[in-house]
Design a protein around this ligand. Structure first.
Ligand SMILES: Nc1ncnc2c1ncn2[C@@H]1O[C@H](COP(=O)(O)OP(=O)(O)O)[C@@H](O)[C@H]1O
Ligand SMILES: [Mg+2]
Length: 365
């Protein structure tokens, strides 16, 4: 008897977007389009322009690859994609430049967006309203992990170690910078000053002495009206990839390590412009250290109410792991830490994409 191939699942890949990580999101989308199992999945590529327009794009991975050092950007090709505003339909409505209007039914959405308007619960809210299944963390987990103040409070409440911190609002800084300087000095020097909700090390500074504080605060406030200040944590930067478990128990990868130049930190330039830092996976750790960070990763994932995936970034200090942050949509190009940690743990990039899509189809958040 001839076998009838099952209809492929239609996956809308949502990429680009309004954040500073637009280009890296495009590269990731290309990576996914390249490996996705086309016999099982039909891809609908939805690129969000830097202005925030939802457009229908090419699913040719080559268009989204890094070419001659140039980063891809979502072009405004005049198409517009509208999501349903109720769960009554799973059809996206596409308006074409010639005035034609078509629809595409989608089974699951894969939002591969980093930073504000993508990794912070806003797009997840849109998908909840649309009633469309989607890959990754839900509204609350995304929003709270995006906010370094809230994330630390939640992680600490769950018994995980985080660096002590002081949260400063712009109005407090503007009203009385001397009082703020006194309140953060209790942490000792050097300090790290960071916008509460940014990413890619944008607006993050190391402050070695009081005279440098004002410039660092002003820079951080360019990115957010809420800033956190914390002591420098002396330790190695070790990260673990977490994948939701089919049985509810989070799965954790072998950890990876970022080796940054002596006295430097993992800043924007070293993340994207190439620096002296190296990504090691698996990280050279003892078995006990590996087990400890895997446990921290799973507990952090549960603490935020994670779904799908997250990368839990820690410092390995002389007395154990301190959680720095949780990234709900970590870098996901084939060269990024999250897929590399899974590859080192026996899960290929293609298998990871399939697993995330399948988890997204059945996710209960
Ligand atoms: N308290 C700290 N002590 C030492 N290094 C830090 C501290 N906070 C941040 N860093 C350095 O700055 C980098 C970026 O900070 P992070 O909190 O991860 O922000 P982002 O969300 O922008 O990645 C980290 O990878 C690390 O190198
Ligand atoms: Mg970070």
């Amino acid at each position: 008897m001839p076998t009838i191939a099952p209809a492929p699942t239609t996956v809308a890949v949502l990429f680009g977007g309004r954040s500073s990580e637009h280009e890296i999101s495009c590269v990731t989308a290309g990576g996914i389009m390249d490996v996705v199992d086309r016999s099982a999945y039909a891809v609908v590529p939805i690129g969000i322009t830097k202005d925030g327009a939802f457009t229908l794009q090419s699913d040719d991975p080559a268009q989204w690859a890094l070419r001659d050092g140039a980063l891809p950007v979502v072009p405004d090709n005049g198409t517009r994609v509208a999501f349903p505003t109720s769960p009554a339909t799973n059809e996206l409505v596409i308006s074409h430049p010639d005035g034609a209007v078509t629809t595409i039914a989608v089974d699951v959405v894969f939002p591969i967006l980093h930073g504000p308007f993508g990794e912070d619960g806003t797009v997840q809210g849109l998908l909840e309203v649309a009633g469309l299944p989607y890959v990754g963390d839900g509204v609350l987990a995304s929003a709270l992990a995006m906010d370094k103040h809230t994330a630390k409070a939640v992680l600490e409440h769950a018994g995980l170690r985080v660096a002590p911190w002081t949260t400063v609002l712009r109005r407090q800084w503007t009203a009385d910078p001397d009082a703020v300087a006194d309140s953060v000095a209790v942490h000792g020097w050097p300090l790290f000053v960071k916008p509460a909700r940014a990413g890619s090390s944008m607006g993050v500074s190391r402050v070695d002495e009081p005279a440098e504080l004002a410039a660092a605060m002003d820079l951080a406030f360019e990115h957010d009206a809420k800033v956190i200040v914390e002591p420098r944590v002396v330790g190695r930067e070790v990260e673990v990839a977490v994948l939701e478990g089919r049985d509810g128990v989070p799965r954790t990868s072998l950890p990876g390590e970022i080796v940054v130049a002596e006295d430097g930190f993992y800043d924007f330039a070293s993340k994207y412009l190439g620096g002296d830092e190296a990504l090691l996976c698996p990280a050279p750790l003892t078995d006990d250290e590996t087990a400890a960070i895997r446990s921290v990763g799973a507990r952090a994932f549960e603490a935020i109410g994670g779904a799908g995936l997250a990368r839990v970034d820690c410092f390995l200090t002389d007395d154990g792991f301190v959680v720095n942050e949780v990234n709900t949509m970590p870098g996901f190009t084939p060269l990024s830490m999250y897929p590399r940690c899974w590859a080192a743990s026996g899960v290929s990039y293609g298998e990871l994409v399939t697993e995330l899509i399948e988890l997204g189809r059945v996710a209960v958040r």
